[in-house]
Design a protein around this ligand. Structure first.
Ligand code: GDP
Ligand code: MG
Length: 173
């Protein structure tokens, strides 16, 4: 059953240095014929026997420093990855702020969001526990996944997860 579009604009937001671009590069590198358009990457994934094309947008930290680009990012996503680093508490607090900002920008919509605790390989530098991440995800009604872009742990699962989140909402309509 084909209802609606099969491509999803997934926007990455989060503090500087948490690993957004590294995750995006892994996403793009998984496939040889992906299109790289600046900070936008396109790839088709087979998830649960059905193709989904993700357009991944990594332009939160725009070089120009124009505020309108961040406002624009808050508007254009079909789904969001709010990324923090488990080694950086400030980035975790920023993630909460961004969730609130996003909710405000898209009040009437039930937007799929995954809270992403990246750098899980840096166990000795951990400043945010898994339990804290989970608690935050419960409060913000979204999924949590811890990833390591450095050792490519849970990165595939992250992108499959966001496709499933979008489909869950699509299928319940
Ligand atoms: P961005 O500012 O959010 O785009 O972050 P970057 O992708 O530029 O990453 C910032 C720094 O963190 C870079 O030096 C990356 O190599 C490093 N980094 C990103 N992800 C990981 C990770 O999962 N583990 C470790 N150890 N380092 C990471
Ligand atoms: Mg970056």
């Amino acid at each position: 059953s084909e209802s609606g579009k099969t491509y999803y604009r997934v926007v990455m937001i989060g503090e500087h240095g948490v690993g957004k671009s590294t995750l995006a590069n892994i996403f793009a590198g998984l496939n040889t014929d992906c299109d790289v358009l600046g900070d936008t990457y396109e790839r088709t994934l087979m998830v649960d026997g059905e193709n989904a094309t993700i357009i991944l947008i990594d332009m939160w930290e725009n070089k120009s420093g124009d505020d309108w680009i961040q406002d624009h990012c808050m508007q254009i996503g079909d789904a969001y990855l709010i990324v923090y680093s488990i080694t950086d508490r400030a980035s975790f607090e920023k993630a909460s702020e961004l969730r609130i900002q996003l909710r405000r920008a898209r009040q009437t919509e039930d937007i799929p969001i995954i809270l992403v605790g990246n750098k899980s390989d840096l166990v000795r530098c951990r400043e945010v526990s898994v339990a804290e991440g989970r608690a935050c995800a419960v409060v913000f009604d979204c999924k949590l996944i811890e990833t390591s872009a450095a050792v490519q742990h849970n990165v595939k699962e992250l992108f499959e997860g966001i496709v499933r989140q979008v489909r869950l909402r699509r299928d319940s309509k």
